[in-house]
Design a protein around this ligand. Structure first.
Ligand code: ADP
Length: 436
């Protein structure tokens, strides 16, 4: 097993039998500070960061460096007492990370005295493919990096940025352990009947072609908050979690485990999204290719970038903008919203059937948290399942963590603001503890 030397950044082999001992030393050495977790989410045009003090779950600073339309960097961050906006020329991972690390130790930000106090970076990782079986955090080793490099084609937009973020941080912080949580991790519990596609089994056996699901960290966090807010027993519960953001998915979570989810091998399957089509007749792809002289690349572009709310409404990929257009009489915008809500409703019905019932329905993500209209449309006519949304609570608690069902509704309905970063910080801290 190859792991990174924490003290001088050399890569060295660790004998498996000494592995536990290594972590014990590491834990003892850094006991007073190892709970400072820097969570980073490296996207194609932004780096988002949060620094948590664990296990207190104290958020010390959060912010992002984002490539703007001119190709320069917009930087903003917040601490307990400061809210700072800045910008600079160009956009480079290493420069941006240097500036982020600078802020972590700036005395007026009241985060860290020195970077020595930072011991773990927790990365949001996109696509674990078929090989990564861990349902929690994984250590970022050279082996894992090579594996991720072999998976770039599975998430060509996200993976290069993920990898660049890991490598840059490893160079800048050689003494810091790096770990990450794959977006697919929570869904590794799916049974074969939920993850297999109806194509020759050899594609799965030999090439790992299967449904994997995404937004796992968000669905897991939503389910944990749901147990906490409702008192449901995680071991005996049926939750449907709806993560409705630009990307969107539904997960069926039975007895604490994800048993089905709407995204597949790629994040295109399932719900209608901002620009992604969601479910589509697979036969249509060949038909489009042959009859409209479209390359497979163009078809991928249509499915990923030209479909969804944008494609149907012709207005925008942004739910708010489509909602506004619909309220101003735009019929295509209204149709797009109807399709959007209908798809979510259909998945709720399907997953209630898959689990043999539903105890709680949880909404998260930008739309799920903030649109009382979307929740109302989705929950309408689901009284037969015991889903009864309170009109008053749905409006009054919009955007806040809350239980919003009618008292006589059998199913708890909740809003849970997404917090994938905290979930990653928890997973990473738990992972280190488990190694001691
Ligand atoms: P991402 O998947 O990029 O993280 P978000 O979770 O931030 O996306 O969700 C973005 C979506 O949330 C957009 O479609 C936006 O219009 C929608 N949204 C945000 N606030 C509201 C609101 N108050 N009402 C309706 N939709 C909202």
């Amino acid at each position: 097993m190859i792991i990174r030397n924490l003290e001088n950044s050399m890569v060295f082999p660790v004998d498996f039998f000494n592995f536990k001992g290594f972590f014990k030393d590491f834990y003892n050495q850094k006991q007073s500070r190892f709970m400072n977790v820097l969570v980073v989410n490296c996207g194609s045009s932004s780096v988002k960061f949060q620094l948590y003090k664990m296990p207190e779950e104290l958020l010390l600073i959060y912010g992002k460096a984002e490539r703007n339309q001119d190709g320069n960097t917009d930087f903003s961050f917040q601490t307990k007492s400061r809210n700072i906006q800045n910008k600079w020329d160009g956009y480079s991972f290493s420069e941006n990370f240097k500036k982020i690390l600078n802020e972590l130790t700036r005395p007026e930000n009241e985060c860290l005295a020195t970077l020595e106090e930072l011991t773990i970076a927790g990365h949001r990782l996109i696509h674990g493919g078929e090989a990564i079986k861990s349902q929690g955090a994984v250590e970022i080793t050279d082996e894992l990096i090579s594996y991720m490099e072999s998976c770039i084609s599975l998430a060509p937009l996200h993976y290069p940025a993920n990898l660049e973020g890991i490598k840059t941080l490893a160079q800048l912080l050689p003494g810091v352990l790096q770990a990450g949580v794959f977006d697919t991790a929570f869904h590794y519990s799916l049974p074969p009947k939920a993850f297999l596609y109806g194509i020759p089994l050899a594609f799965y056996r030999e090439n790992g072609i299967r449904r994997l699901g995404f937004h796992g960290t968000s669905h897991k966090y939503a389910s944990l908050r749901t147990y906490r807010l409702t008192g449901l027993n995680p071991e005996k519960s049926k939750i449907i979690s709806c993560h409705l953001g630009n990307g969107a998915s539904v997960a069926a979570i039975k007895n604490g485990k994800s048993v089905d989810t709407s995204m597949g091998m790629t994040p295109v399957e399932g719900l209608l999204m901002g620009t992604r089509s969601g479910d589509i007749d697979a036969g249509l792809l060949g038909y489009l290719q042959e009859n409209f002289d479209l390359s497979s690349g163009k078809i991928q572009h249509i499915l990923n970038k030209e479909g969804g709310l944008l494609g149907l409404s012709g207005v925008s990929s942004d739910y708010r903008a489509v909602e506004e257009a619909a309220s101003n009489g735009n019929e295509n915008a209204q149709t797009a919203l109807d399709v959007y809500h209908y798809r979510v409703k259909k998945y709720i019905g399907a997953y209630a059937a898959a689990m043999g019932g539903i105890d709680a329905l949880t909404f998260t993500g930008g739309i799920g948290e903030n649109s009382f209209f979307a929740r109302k449309q989705i929950c309408s006519d689901l009284g037969f399942l015991g889903i009864r949304l309170s009109e008053k609570l749905n409006r009054g608690k919009n955007g806040k963590e809350a239980v919003i069902n009618e008292k006589n509704g059998k199913v708890s309905i909740l809003i849970v603001p997404a917090n994938e970063e905290l979930m990653i910080a928890r997973e990473v801290a738990d992972w280190v503890k488990s190694k001691v």
